[in-house]
Design a protein around this ligand. Structure first.
Ligand SMILES: Nc1ncnc2c1ncn2[C@@H]1O[C@H](COP(=O)(O)OP(=O)(O)OP(=O)(O)O)[C@@H](O)[C@H]1O
Length: 266
């Protein structure tokens, strides 16, 4: 378990916020075409069908037996090469994917902030702030109070009045900044951020890293998926390293990143 390296964790007993107990996640994909074309593959498909297996459904075992306990005040980085199961694990913690085996226990409602978080492209940034706020359970009054600070935090209006344009006209970085600003306006029990920092520019990254540190002090738990080792180093005190769906390492940021960098050469 990681020791606190910068004193952000509140004193007193450690309170668990997320417990993953031997979690397995399996996707079922329709229309897969395993070995299509070869006579043996066709024969084995027919035999499988005879055994009652549904036609054309392939399974992807994306998370394999992951267990860990996260505590209040921790910022935990999730690292691993492409397709290692990071986003899938976050979605399972958020309750968006069922576990095939094992359980996820959470204290409070985890909020998942992905770069693809579902705001509406045809609505203006302004309307999306309201929509996002309502979706997070804020009242209209709370949204009105925080509206300006959300827009200021996002920096969307720094170069002109963009907040009144439809969100589909934003660059990917602008969209990610607005989504982060909306999610960060609320104190979360468990906030999960999927790559959001990587898309903003450096100035915005510094601002969002600052906000992550604040959220930790307010006793939430933050999970951050990122391919930027620097973002992970700057914000997290503990890191989970996933590879092929398995938890390879769980420990203090420096220790895990050093091993990861040695293994992957980056
Ligand atoms: N909706 C889906 N349906 C079927 N398989 C999926 C789906 N989403 C992800 N997978 C598979 O699950 C595995 C893990 O994917 P996941 O997106 O969790 O990885 P990741 O570590 O977040 O990758 P990246 O760093 O590239 O974002 C991969 O093999 C991927 O092909």
């Amino acid at each position: 378990m990681a020791d606190d390296i910068d004193g952000a964790r509140p004193a007193g007993p450690r309170i668990p916020t997320v417990i993953a107990d031997d979690v397995h996640i399996v996707y079922r994909v329709n229309g897969g075409s395993a070995g299509k074309g070869s006579a043996t593959a066709a024969l084995s498909r027919i035999l499988r069908r005879d055994k009652g297996e549904s036609r054309g459904v392939r399974k992807v075992h994306a998370v394999r037996g992951v267990s860990f306990t996260a505590y209040r005040g921790e910022a935990i980085g999730l690292i691993g090469t492409n397709g290692s199961g990071k986003s899938t694990l976050l979605r399972a913690i958020a309750g968006l994917l069922p576990t095939e085996r094992g359980r996820v226990y959470t204290d409070g409602q985890p909020s998942l902030l992905g770069v693809n978080a579902a705001l509406m492209g045809d609505l203006t940034g302004e309307r999306n702030v309201i929509l996002g706020g309502l979706a997070m359970g804020m009242s209209r009054e709370e949204i009105r109070e925080r509206y300006q600070s959300i827009v200021d935090f996002s920096g969307i209006n720094e170069k002109g009045d963009f907040i009144t344009l439809p969100m589909r006209t934003y660059s990917s970085g602008m969209g990610a900044r607005l989504r982060f600003a909306i999610a960060a306006a609320k104190d979360h029990d468990v906030l999960m951020i999927d790559e959001a920092l990587a898309t903003g520019d450096r100035k915005f990254q510094i601002r969002s890293e600052e906000r992550i540190r604040e959220l930790r002090k307010e006793a939430g738990t933050v999970f951050l998926v990122s391919h930027s080792n620097k973002s992970i180093r700057d914000t997290c005190d503990r890191v989970l390293w996933l590879e092929k769906g398995e938890l390879l390492m769980d420990g203090p940021t420096d220790e895990v990143l050093r091993a990861y960098e040695k293994e992957t050469g980056r």
